[in-house]
Design a protein around this ligand. Sequence first.
Ligand SMILES: [Fe+2]
Ligand SMILES: [Fe+2]
Length: 446
Amino acid sequence: MSQTIIIESSEEASNLMGLNLNMYVGTDVIHKKTAKEAIELLTVHPAIDLIITRSSIGEEKSSNLIESFLMEKERSIPLLILGEAKSDYELAEILNDSELKDVVKAAGKALGVTAKMMVEKIVPEYYPVSSSLFLSIDEVNCDIYLRLKKNAGKDLQYLKRIHKGDQFTKEEIQRYISHGEKFFFIPADHRLSFANDYSKKMVAVLGRDDLSNDERIKANENAFNTANENILNFGLSEETVELSNASISSISQTVKDNPSLSKMFDNLLNNKAGYMYQHCQLITHFAYNILSSIDWGSNEQKDKLGFVAFFHDIILTDENLARIRNTKDLNTRNLPQEQKQTVLKHAQMASELLRKFPSAPIGTDVIIKQHHGHPTGMGLPDFVSNQIAPLTMVFIVAEEATDEVITYYEKTEKTIEKDLLIAALKKKFTTAKWQKIITPLESIQL
Ligand SMILES: [Fe+2]
Ligand SMILES: [Fe+2]
């Protein structure tokens, strides 16, 4: 088996990369926190096949140190450099802004593992699907398995629990969930057909006009998560586009059905809605309320902000990343460089992705790009640029109000009072131009 050194200061990032390399490329991984430590090992270890290093770690110019060492000792070991770098070493490949899968691919190439060999390893036999997705439907188009862990988790066994085409009830699914089964498993080769079939079923569910408020909220959440995930996994297919549109309409219906903020919020909490969907539903709520009372507001603009609320954080698949809303917060978390970059660029990346969405409301790509207040969609600026258009300002205020509601609840277990909410927003946005957008919230129903 080949041997790879990973030079990375974050243990979490190093382990994650190591696991993936081991699984997909079949290489043995040695972790080192600095280039200096790696060089100590390289001097005594003759058989290293690949080195992966960050371009710099703290003050250390890690990739330069490694290259100089390899060239001086005339050793020919392929070197993958993660981050911005310049290199004179013949066997170096610079991977700036790369995702983990690109690193895995480049490592495979360097070690002579073919793409075909990797694909065979990459596709697991079973693919996990969140169990709560099954609460909104009563039948699926493939067999569903539960995973059992044996021998302290070393051996995995899959048991067929629901047969293709069998009807099941919400209560049955709820029973599995309350027994701790967060995921069901589907055969990996059914993944796409399951995703498409699920999307079609959800479009039918969302279109029903007899859903209770709770059923609609649960369905909204499942559709929101599925649509976002499927777009990232399978692109803007006919099914994902149709599901997104049905889901955006249903979220807007939920705003109309729940004019009171505290009732809406209670409903979200009672249905144990996750952060991402809660965030989207509340932003839509505030944006609609502002647009209903501001003199230039219209239904067309509500449609635009409903669309933006649905997709603006699509790139941030991890709730912990989506919660980061300023640079200070980003810097205090010890995140791997790759994740930090994703947070800093998510607005621009989402805008790029959604630009291709068929018949997206006009201008929504720009609002998505500028939703953190920077004209080009880069970074998490502390001050919103004054080039931002009024409709984007409405979105920014709606998102800030949402953040206040959620963080206040997390601290106090109460819904924030209107006066406190307005005061917090006015403290954040001080100029007259912004206050005009906040004032309509003084008349919202709490
Ligand atoms: Fe957001
Ligand atoms: Fe965002």
